[in-house]
Write a protein that binds this ligand. Structure first.
Ligand SMILES: Cc1cc2nc3c(=O)[nH]c(=O)nc-3n(C[C@H](O)[C@H](O)[C@H](O)COP(=O)(O)OP(=O)(O)OC[C@H]3O[C@@H](n4cnc5c(N)ncnc54)[C@H](O)[C@@H]3O)c2cc1C
Length: 661
């Protein structure tokens, strides 16, 4: 019995040969990747149930549809899904729902994406018990469809400049919602364009002319029967975008629109009938939704990257192009070291990010529990970390996906590969949920405080304890990765303290701290990246110890080795600066990368098989399990609507040019 369980008769022979090379049991790696036997079993059960339901599929690939048709297709599947999903899955289990949505909807989004990802979680975390009782079930059942409306035309990042107002009118016990200027128009919320009946609106709370800052409000915007905008509301779609075009991102403006006082989400802050305001117990209590969403985002990114790796690595085993020595047989492109160097670091990142997502999700859950008991000790650490992870993971995942696309040559550029959708969906996340550079600078401010503490000899929390270490103490312990991890610590410490010292020096010359920080923000952003990479690297390396299967642990160890060396080489200049490592040491790291590529090569296809992604989910002609790429690319092209007869552009413009009649 071959160790790779994805072999079937009739498959492309090159792919089958690859699968026979596996040194580990793909079932065992799939179990590790999916977080345990039970989870893998459940995922497969769900997939089988979806397979039985034809009304959850598309008959024509999405790439051949117009934007309106795509939105219609995903909406049909969504309605069908909502009617049956509870028969085969636990709708409150987030992992189940992520898998189902990815399978049925794909990665270009759907009108209720923000409803699931932001609207419902915001109600869960920020509505009080009575409000939850009133709205949550209807929201979960899709009787209320919502989104999260925060960004305005004029301001996204700078929340303090958000202009929309919610002014309390004591006489009627209502809030009056108003859009005072064009720039105050809400812009971007997913699903707002055509689909939502409600929004969680982020607006300035005004009581007796005093502005209490931004607060969330539950606001109906469309009639649930007619779908017409309610009086006082202007709403619509903002048009097509680089990607995620199955989401109808929208605009929204209000003219003195009234909602009851009790429509302010009041779990944390409250306004009573007489207009008195109660502040939240912890000023950042509402951050928990953000933490939750960011941990989800990291998980989504790891899935997108896993899909891109499965597509590009399988295709690279099927595709033959060129010869290593002239006159010999054309080689599988996966045999080129350059191809491996392009793809395998991305493969290692998949496992690194899955591990980081699981860790940060557990930390978030425990932080939310602590907060409910009034303990907010870890919130600052976790919030800062989540900013860094969001920025580093979305950026690197999208970079690796684009590398995967380029590594597939011309066919990678075709929508038939699904790589363009994966890239545009992944790269969008560099902007939403906190623009990446701004996220890094938020983490940098936390690191600045930590560096100050270190300077003052004060105690450091565990996540920044490395700042107190010394760079001349390269670990010589037995742990395989200890030395590499001490290099990560060195880089993070060096970058943080370098940015800090530059800033302090300016301060000593009379520059105010805010300006001194801003003048060194590039260095601070680099410090934030290094801090985040250290966290990911530590978690990934530690994960190896938890794997009991020897063969899987060997594969995992090689992936960790590649990950650590590759990320270190991306920051190589920091390693040789100040004589920390010699050129020869750095060359050794480079050699270790090439060795890891060689070790991964025979297992590459089996590793991506172990992601256990089915063809329906992958939506990629290049990434098909059976490897029959060429005949199916031909079939895919036949479905193009441009292959119809008598196209208007030909009839109206081209024929008159070419016709001799
Ligand atoms: C696909 C997609 C979906 C979205 N969905 C939603 C949604 O559902 N709901 C919603 O409310 N919003 C949504 N948004 C909006 C998104 O949250 C904002 O675009 C994002 O917060 C960035 O804000 P901005 O567009 O105003 O960019 P800006 O803040 O104007 O950023 C522009 C540039 O300025 C830089 N910059 C800004 N401030 C600073 C600073 N302090 N220091 C240094 N550099 C700075 C940034 O780094 C960036 O390079 C979505 C956006 C996209 C692309």
């Amino acid at each position: 019995m071959p160790l790779n369980k994805y072999i079937q008769d009739g498959d492309n022979q090159d792919l089958t040969n690859e699968r026979f090379k596996a040194t580990f049991d793909t079932e065992h790696l799939a179990t590790v990747y999916h977080g345990g036997e039970e989870k893998l079993k459940k995922l497969r059960h769900i997939r089988n149930e979806i397979t039985k339901r034809g009304h959850l599929f598309d008959s024509i690939p999405s790439a051949h549809r117009t934007r309106a048709e795509k939105i219609e297709d995903v909406s049909r599947k969504l309605k069908n899904l909502m009617e049956t999903v509870s028969d085969f899955a636990d709708v409150t289990d987030n992992l189940d729902m992520v898998a189902i949505i990815r399978d049925v909807m794909g990665v270009d989004g759907f009108p209720l994406a923000l409803h699931t990802l932001m609207f419902v979680p915001t109600l869960q975390n920020q509505a009080d018990d009575e409000q939850i009782e009133e709205w949550l079930m209807e929201a979960i059942q899709g009787k209320i469809i919502g989104t999260y409306a925060q960004t305005e035309l004029g301001h996204g990042t700078n929340l303090s400049a958000i202009e929309t107002t919610a002014t309390f009118d004591k006489s009627t016990d209502e809030f009056v919602i108003h859009t005072p200027t064009t720039t105050a128009t809400k812009w971007w919320p997913g699903g707002l364009g055509t689909s939502c009946t409600h929004v969680v609106l982020v607006a300035n709370l005004i009581i007796d002319l005093k502005n209490y800052g931004l607060h969330p409000f539950f606001v109906p915007i469309r009639d649930r029967n007619t779908y017409l905008p309610l009086s006082g509301i202007s709403v619509g779609d903002i048009g097509s975008k680089m990607g995620v075009n199955c989401v109808d991102n929208g605009f929204l403006a209000f003219v003195n629109y009234r909602i009851p006082r009790r429509n302010m989400l009041m779990k944390h802050s409250k306004v009573s009938k007489d207009g008195s305001y109660t502040a939240p117990p912890h000023p950042k209590a509402a951050y928990t939704t953000m933490l939750y969403v960011r941990s989800e985002l990291i998980l989504h990114q790891s899935c997108y990257l896993a899909m891109a790796m499965a597509i590009s690595i399988r295709y690279s085993a099927v595709r033959r192009q060129g010869e290593i020595k002239a006159g010999t047989q054309e080689v599988q492109i996966l045999d080129y070291q350059t191809q491996q160097y392009r793809l395998f670091p991305g493969l290692a990142r998949v496992f690194a990010y899955v591990t980081a997502a699981a860790t940060v999700s557990a930390m978030t859950e425990s932080c939310i529990k602590d907060l409910s008991h009034g303990n907010s000790d870890v919130l600052a650490d976790l919030h800062a970390l989540s900013c860094g992870l969001k920025a580093v993971v979305t950026h690197q995942a999208s970079q690796s996906i684009d590398q995967a696309r380029q590594a597939c040559g011309g066919h990678g550029y075709s929508d038939a590969s699904y790589l363009p959708s994966l890239y545009t969906s992944s790269v969008g996340a560099c902007t939403y949920e906190g623009e990446n550079m701004v996220m890094l600078l938020q983490l940098a401010r936390y690191l600045m405080k930590a560096a100050t503490k270190k300077d003052e000899g004060a105690a450091l929390t565990p996540l920044v304890a490395y700042l107190g270490g010394k760079s001349d103490q390269i670990s010589t312990g037995n742990d395989k990765f200890a030395k590499l991890l001490s290099h990560f610590e060195h880089i993070a410490r060096r970058r943080v303290m370098h940015a800090y010292r530059q800033m302090i020096e300016e301060e000593q010359h009379g520059v105010e701290r805010d300006y001194a920080f801003a003048n060194h923000s590039v260095d601070w952003a680099k410090a934030a990246r290094a801090h985040t990479k250290l966290f990911i690297a530590n978690g990934f390396a530690a994960r190896v110890q938890t794997i009991s299967d020897d063969a899987v642990r060997d594969v995992f160890t090689t992936l960790v080795e590649l990950y650590l060396c590759y990320e270190l080489m991306e920051m190589a200049a920091d390693l040789t600066a100040d004589g920390y490592l010699s050129e020869a040491d750095v060359q050794q790291l480079r050699v270790q990368i090439y060795e890891s590529l060689k070790k991964i090569r025979p297992n590459a296809v089996s590793i991506v098989d172990s992601f256990d992604l089915c063809d329906r989910e992958l939506r990629s002609v290049l990434g098909r399990r059976d490897g029959h790429v060429y005949e199916n690319l031909y079939k895919w092209a036949q479905l193009s609507p441009l292959n119809q007869k008598n196209l208007p552009h030909v009839e109206k413009y081209l024929k008159p040019m070419t016709s001799k009649l």
